[in-house]
Design a protein around this ligand. Sequence first.
Ligand SMILES: *Cc1c(COP(=O)(O)O)cnc(C)c1O
Length: 665
Amino acid sequence: MGVKLTPATSTSDESRQTHRSETQQLIAPSDTTPDSPSWSIEESEKLYRIQGWGEPYFSINAAGHVTVTPKGDRGGSLDLYELVEALRQRNLGLPLLIRFSDILADRIERLQHCFARAIARYNYPGNYRGVFPVKCNQHRHLVEELVRFGQPHQLGLEAGSKPELMIALATLKTPDALLICNGYKDREYIETALLAQRLGQNPMIVLEQLEEVPLVIETSRQLGIEPVLGVRAKLSSKGTGRWGSSTGDRAKFGLTIPEIIAGVEQLREAGMLHCLQLLHFHIGSQICAINVIKDAIREASQIYVELSLLGANMGYLDVGGGLGIDYDGSKTNFHASKNYNMQNYANDIVAEVKEACEGRNISAPTIISESGRAIASHQSVLIFNVLSTSEVSSQTPVPVQEKEHLIIRNLWETYRQINSENYQEAYNDAIQFKEESISLFNFGYLTLTERSRAEQLYWACCDKILTIARNQDYVPDDLEDLEKIMASIYYVNLSVFQSVPDSWAIEQLFPIMPIHRLDEEPTRRGILADLTCDSDGKIDQFIDLRDVKDILELHSLKPEEPYYLGLFLGGAYQEVMGSLHNLFGDINAVHIQLTPKGYEIEHVVKGDTVTDVLSYVQYDAKDLVESIRRRTEQALKANRITLKESQRLLQNYERSLSSYTYLSS
Ligand SMILES: *Cc1c(COP(=O)(O)O)cnc(C)c1O
């Protein structure tokens, strides 16, 4: 299968910890003066760090467009910009989610391959079986493809709730694939899982709470079906990062050690201890430090061994999720990164489990992992367009005349004298003069026109200072915010709440970049503001090698030409957690598969129409139209509207109801 992995990274995370705190320099050193005529795609690669997070799937071609190589190292690529243009010609409006089925297949292959290599390398006497946690992305076409691509490896599914169990039961048709049943369970859940055995499924019921033990014993007796049971342990090993609290004594899920012992005794008394075959744990998602994973595996392996010694018929060790994604491409233990690769992960798990079992003469378990983020993140790309921008004026100011107000003359003098020696001092002066001008205005000593002049001069000072600061090796602290203050606002055709909820909710970083014009220098610095009337509906944190950037380098808009941005690695968790803020609905999605001649559109899933989102909040489109019709009749009667106007209004109203909730352009 020819899978090439990124070179093994050092696993000593301590040595990598420090470089992120040095935030002194806010400007990327690759910056050149504006209007530089030459700009290479290599500079774009470096600026957007596409090799760091995108390999082997995303890169830039000679035309300055992002290309997608969905099969990774196995070749075949697509020009993303051309693909978007072609899809738009098929009446698929933006924002648009493009799923690359081949990337999904490649991710599954990679994970399997890494475990296969680890098993070979350590001579591990057991097997590896993957399961996909459905909660990571429940969309039907995706889950169906996943099951199909995973068939050669008997990839199974993990359900964390009753609705997910329904999906898994109906979708998983691979013989011998595992169906891990997690989450809180009632009698109906347990009965359904047990009965699924009769359909040839392999449901494994993971006990998450002590109360589930008697319920399982009773249900299984009533049905006369023996369960395969697992137990989810609360480890004392600490997780890290945002999901660090998924583990530890106060974690939401799983049984403490005394509870596990109590459960074992209950099963023993019921004559069902042989049903207990699996140990499960999950220390949280996006684990960015390999030592955290190692600690957890070590503890879990010992619990596994002890459960075997207590008489349970153990055969499976399920290490849960947590395998991270390098969103910023920095290979560090920063929360948007990880200091290990997939092979390191597999190696450490296999080695630790082997050592623990060999030492105590316990046969090696089948290792299960529930990697969701690592499988689903890369497969989709979110494409959206920029509608307009708002920029701080950077025009050269008109020279000041003798008779103008003193404060304006002061600002002009400050502006004139800015140079690389005094720019910091000039910045402080400009701020002071601007504040004074506002006081003068508030007391009636400055006209509105004069205040406008003062503000323009202030922005001109900031612009000149920033241009100088960008070319310095060292930027003083008090100038750090200048880049942010001067950033343009790019209004994008998107709802952050619907399509990138984690950006808003937990400030998660995703790589975002233009998908074309990458052979042109991006001379603007901007933040993104979405369509919602919510000041939180914005993206103003971007990936960077050091820490996080407050701005994104972007191109100025060209008249009559669309400007497309792509948000990458968002295929896990974002789609389903999105919300209908301002009633922006689900977005259009397409599934693309490579063919020898190019590509094929496998499925088109149209996003919500206005009628759809209105029905979610209990409005009936017919009633709404009827109500507007009645009101136009009344207005007609009262001669407040012409017949032509009323027709126009009704047409628009009805057309809007059946249209996409986003702006068409
Ligand atoms: C969320 C979850 C996963 C998936 O975690 P990733 O970090 O996305 O791989 C796996 N197992 C359980 C029990 C989960 O709750």
